[in-house]
Ligand binder design. Sequence first.
Ligand code: ADP
Ligand code: MG
Length: 444
Amino acid sequence: MNIGQKVLKELEKEISVNEYRRYIQRLEYDTELSRSDIAIFRAPNIFTAKWVETKYSKSIAHLFELENGIKPKVEITASKRKEGSLLSHKNMQKESKSGKSTHLNPSFTFDSFVVGSSNQFAYTTARSVAEKPGIQYNPLFIYGGVGLGKTHLLQAIGNYRTQFGDTVIYTTLEQFMNKFISSLQSRTMDRFRDTFRHCDLLLIDDIQFLSRKEQTQEELFHTFNELHSLNRQIVLTSDRAPKKIAGLVDRLRSRFEMGLTADIQPPELETKIAIIQKKCELDGIRLDRDIINFIATHMGDNIREIEGTIIKLNAMSTMLNQEITPEFAKNAVRDQLKEKQENITIDDIVGIVARELNVKPSDIKSKKRNKNVVNARRIVIYLARNLTPNSMPQIALYFGMKDHTAVSKNMKKINEIVENDENFKVLLEELSNKVGSSHRKSDI
Ligand code: ADP
Ligand code: MG
């Protein structure tokens, strides 16, 4: 029995039989990737992984400490090991014996990344940096909003390079800064510099936190120069472009801009759907096309949030032992949606629909009956009903209609069209997506 199995046996004594059977029993300890300071377990799906991680990782770490005196960081990952990939995984491990890497999430790979026009450029450059590090674009600077895949791409480069035995350092800027400060305090700067200046690949995540940290900027500047002069690849991510990072010294900013800067845009609907499909496939979750569309159109652009929703759905369906029907899905995500919807107004929707369909906002609000306007008004009513908390009487009032029956007639009509006209359905989904994302942008 390996130490991981031993620890899980110990855990069994502390928890209910059901919990153990449902979540713990199916974990597999990764003897190859685990080290004394990192214990990695594989779970059959992402839900189990997240569940165990939030609920039990502390106890598990503690049990390891009881076993061998070292308290590791506990990671539960949902990445599958298929027969084929097991083999390549093994080879990869063998080859990377000489290579070290600070901890990378093994599921963040190029293969598991869905490419669409919103992230195509960042993906392509990341890939080419991974294939030819230190040659073409140095540094590569990837920026974009929250949950759009920056960390995923950054770590994919790292995972790719460890196959070749490279020494890869992945760190967030905050970790870099904390280590720097504690090395200063403990007078171990030599060791700190030795680590960061002698790697093949330096990956720094969320560099925007450099803002106004003068000392850390100074240290990073020298680290950067040293690595760059040795043609070692540097990749940075940030939530904004270098010139938008306030309080960044010019010499560092110009270094960040001297390689290639690639942004990631919010995903288009199609890409979002593809990402959800991929996540479901990787995690063994079955969702109908309709439900996937529903999530994609209503949940916004943050893929991390979308993943959360899928996990929640799957969790609820497991716990309630119910199939995931569209109704079930809608109920399950209702709370999340409500939160998002509270700030969307009918005016917002009118503005967007008017722009997209090329009609005047004032026409939509008028009583005009020409075809384009009627169509646009109908869509606005439908979206207002679905995306805002307004009741039918409130919507009727907004349009100066006699009473809410006009609104319900409208809803009926549009539902009929949707059933018979696939293009119209797509149009609605796209508009709904646009309303959601415009609203989120105005949040920031
Ligand atoms: P960021 O660092 O930009 O905030 P992450 O890289 O942490 O975002 O991504 C959030 C989650 O969304 C991760 O689980 C990641 O795997 C997933 N994700 C984001 N973009 C994609 C994509 N294009 N394909 C597959 N998964 C993605
Ligand atoms: Mg990130």
